[in-house]
Design a protein around this ligand. Structure first.
Ligand SMILES: Nc1ncnc2c1ncn2[C@@H]1O[C@H](COP(=O)(O)OP(=O)(O)OP(=O)(O)O)[C@@H](O)[C@H]1O
Ligand SMILES: [Mg+2]
Length: 241
């Protein structure tokens, strides 16, 4: 990234996401080596809504996987809520993923045989939350995304936008303060995409930190700021003159 990082510290809390010189090389040293990320410095404060754009293959999902602790960097460091994640063992990392980070993928990744309610309730089973509370919270989460009347539907019985809303409810069910979304509106028509976008804005207003990958400049325009990834380098997008 060129230039100083924007001030992302709210009060005296550390940024919720801070990367320093983050780099990722796939298959290092082999003929198939790919340098996917080059020295990414990113600071995102609590409650911010940030968009990441950039061409296909530029490294956006690679960065998102590192921010979600689904993969490890080759170089550099990542501090999540002030904690250097490379110092955490597997168990502590799993707890961080479960309690701090929610994921939404382009393909929804819902379990086809489960109802909407069961899909949303599932992450709570891993968090050791008792059954009655799981069901109660899943009810609430589905109501919050406008799907109270579709609780017992399976994914194949829901529209794309409804499936995506189930995925968002599931991503937030453990009350993770950070939501990472990789092309959440990419598979949706523009009207449904707008509904999902409105939901993200509401989440930001409720205090969530949202990091959104998108190809759509109109979607990115709703973010507090936008970064553009080019060949593994992240740059802050200049405000239009
Ligand atoms: N597991 C992997 N092994 C090897 N190379 C990979 C792997 N994952 C991604 N790459 C390569 O790393 C580069 C960045 O990929 P990445 O998926 O981060 O791009 P992207 O910006 O998300 O693209 P898109 O917009 O198409 O989703 C690409 O050249 C890709 O081929
Ligand atoms: Mg991608």
């Amino acid at each position: 990234m060129t230039g100083p990082a924007p001030a992302a510290t709210v009060g005296d809390r550390p940024p919720v996401i801070e990367t320093r010189g983050l780099g990722k090389v796939y298959s290092p040293g082999s003929q198939a080596e790919v340098v996917a990320l080059r020295g990414v410095d990113l600071r995102i404060g609590h409650g911010e809504f940030v968009a990441i754009m950039g061409p296909s293959g530029s490294g956006k999902s690679t960065l998102m996987n590192l921010l979600g602790c689904l993969d490890t960097p080759t170089t550099g460091s990542y501090l999540c809520d002030g904690v250097d994640v490379s110092t955490l063992d597997a168990e502590a990392l799993a707890v961080l993923r479960r309690d701090t980070i929610g994921f939404v993928f382009q393909g929804f990744n819902l379990l086809p045989r489960m109802t909407a309610l069961e899909n949303v309730a599932m992450p709570m089973a891993y968090a050791g939350i008792p059954g009655a509370e799981r069901t109660g919270r899943a009810h609430q989460a589905l109501a919050a995304v406008g799907l109270a009347s579709r609780e017992s539907h399976r994914p194949s019985e829901l529209s794309g936008g409804q499936q995506q809303r189930v995925a968002i409810a599931r991503a937030l069910i453990n009350r993770a303060p950070v939501l990472l979304a990789d092309e959440p509106t990419g598979a949706l028509d523009s009207r449904t995409g707008e509904e999902i976008l409105a939901l993200f804005k509401q989440l930001r207003d409720d205090g969530h930190t949202v990091v959104l990958i998108t190809h759509d400049p109109e979607v990115a325009a709703h973010a507090d700021r936008t970064y553009v990834m080019h060949d593994g380098e992240l740059h802050l997008q200049e405000e239009p003159a």
